[in-house]
Write a protein that binds this ligand. Structure first.
Ligand SMILES: Cc1cc2nc3c(=O)[nH]c(=O)nc-3n(C[C@H](O)[C@H](O)[C@H](O)COP(=O)(O)OP(=O)(O)OC[C@H]3O[C@@H](n4cnc5c(N)ncnc54)[C@H](O)[C@@H]3O)c2cc1C
Length: 408
């Protein structure tokens, strides 16, 4: 039993968000305790999380600033140059060239990103102490707080960050409520090989059961599938053999890509919409999915979370540089205001898309298709949407700005 080991900050949850925050603070000399309840699965493990994560330009910049991007295995990143969103013959195309860029974002496997982050953390053996244990409770006093671990150990710090995902224990122990809304949907993910090469295009089709997205992977013939469906339908599809599943997928894609086969086992993720009522508590801040858990249809979850981490690091460093207590309310309020104003419009847009697209009825369908066709002609509006969605517009934290730029 280890009682009361002291750090500047304790981080519960070493997913992408908690690990990025740890790197950003350790790079500035902070002493961090980082707790993770599950160890990383081995590279060849069938449980390896092979989800292709679409990362925005802003997320790429955060990872590059922290020296993580160059640690991703060479050849494991695919660029997204175009994106096509369609429903029944109508579509909108977003092209990076229209905003003077080569790419709109990147696709990296979740496990590959975590491997690079784990490698980066090893560069800070004296400042990041990694604890292989779940965090169970945060108890704060006016001066500092105590994080209790499942092992029985306790860790003391002036601030705890809950980055322990959508089902965060630390959020609840800090007295922060959660508004949840089950979608009653499951996302099926796998890697597929298509006869038609992807040409660096991300593709999404809205189907009556939910959206189906295919993201480009480094191999021109491979794509990462994220297919959201009603729970019962997802169960049926998961139970199919590989060939029958590929046939169902091909039918859902409207034969757009020719022959399709699956390359890796399917994984299923139950989906919920969850929003923390506050992002901060007593010497406590929430970041990433612990604060906001969104539908994967816009590929924004981890991007919002990495921006949370970059913003929180900046706010804490500013407070300490000014001689203030980084765990005090004033610093935490600045973080909450900044991230709420950035996250709220994106969360609202994701909810709107989710709720609008599956509505049945010919009139709704016709209205959506007309909307998509009209929207496709509104080039200035599309450019603005692309800038927001790739994270290059808005009140960006320092780490999300281009190298060498001090204000957005
Ligand atoms: C099918 C699917 C596809 C997605 N695609 C995209 C995409 O393309 N782009 C995108 O931006 N986002 C995407 N997302 C969302 C993205 O995966 C999440 O937003 C992101 O993983 C959140 O990161 P996080 O670090 O906040 O939480 P997590 O990734 O959930 O990590 C939390 C970590 O905390 C650990 N933990 C949990 N409880 C405890 C505890 N009590 N103590 C210690 N550790 C704990 C967990 O083991 C885990 O390692 C997708 C999500 C799904 C389901």
């Amino acid at each position: 039993m280890n009682d009361g080991e002291r750090s500047d900050i304790v981080i519960a949850g070493a997913g992408p968000v908690g690990t990025v925050l740890a790197c950003a603070l350790a790079a500035n000399g902070w002493k961090i305790a980082l707790c993770e309840r599950g160890g990383p699965p081995a590279k060849s493990s069938p449980e390896r999380d092979r989800r292709g994560l679409a990362l925005t330009v802003a997320s790429q910049r955060i990872l590059a600033h922290l020296g993580v991007w160059t640690l991703i295995t060479p050849g494991s990143v695919a660029e997204i140059r175009r994106m096509r969103v369609c429903e029944d013959g109508a579509s909108v195309t977003f092209d990076a060239a229209e905003i003077g860029r080569k790419d709109l974002g990147y696709v990296v496997e979740y496990a590959e990103l975590m491997a690079a982050l784990t490698r980066r953390i090893k560069a800070y053996p004296d400042t990041i102490s990694h604890r292989d244990s779940g965090a169970v409770q945060w108890i704060a006093s006016s001066r500092d707080g105590e994080l209790r671990l499942a092992t029985g150990d306790t860790l003391r710090a002036r601030l705890a960050v809950a980055s322990d995902g959508a089902y965060s224990l630390i959020r609840g122990s800090g007295g922060i409520g959660l508004e949840t809304h089950p979608y009653h949907e499951t996302a099926i993910t796998t890697t597929v090989r298509t006869r038609v090469p992807h040409g660096q295009q991300a593709w999404q089709r809205f189907l009556p059961g939910g959206p189906l997205a295919l993201l480009p992977l480094p191999d021109p013939g491979e794509r990462s599938l994220i297919w959201s469906l009603a729970e019962a339908q997802a169960r049926e599809l998961c139970a199919l053999g590989d060939e029958a599943f590929a046939d169902a997928l091909r039918a859902a894609c409207g034969d757009e890509f020719g022959e399709i086969s699956t390359c890796v086992p399917r994984q299923a993720f139950p989906l919920i919409r969850a929003r923390a009522q506050r992002y901060i508590g007593e010497r406590l801040a929430l970041a990433g999915d612990a604060a906001h858990h969104v539908h994967p249809l816009a590929g924004q979850g981890v991007n919002l979370g990495l921006a949370d981490a970059a913003t929180l690091a900046e706010v804490l460093i500013d407070a300490r540089t000014a001689g203030r207590d980084p765990g005090a309310r004033a610093a935490l309020r600045r973080y909450e205001r900044w991230r709420r104003s950035a996250n709220t419009p994106m969360l609202a847009a994701i909810d709107l898309f989710h709720d609008l697209f599956p509505r049945p009825g010919r009139l709704w369908g016709k209205t959506r298709r007309t909307g998509l066709r009209v929207f496709d002609t509104l080039t200035p509006v599309k450019r603005e949407v692309m800038r927001y969605a790739s994270g290059i517009k808005g009140d960006l934290p320092f780490l999300a700005r281009p190298c060498g730029q001090s204000s957005s």
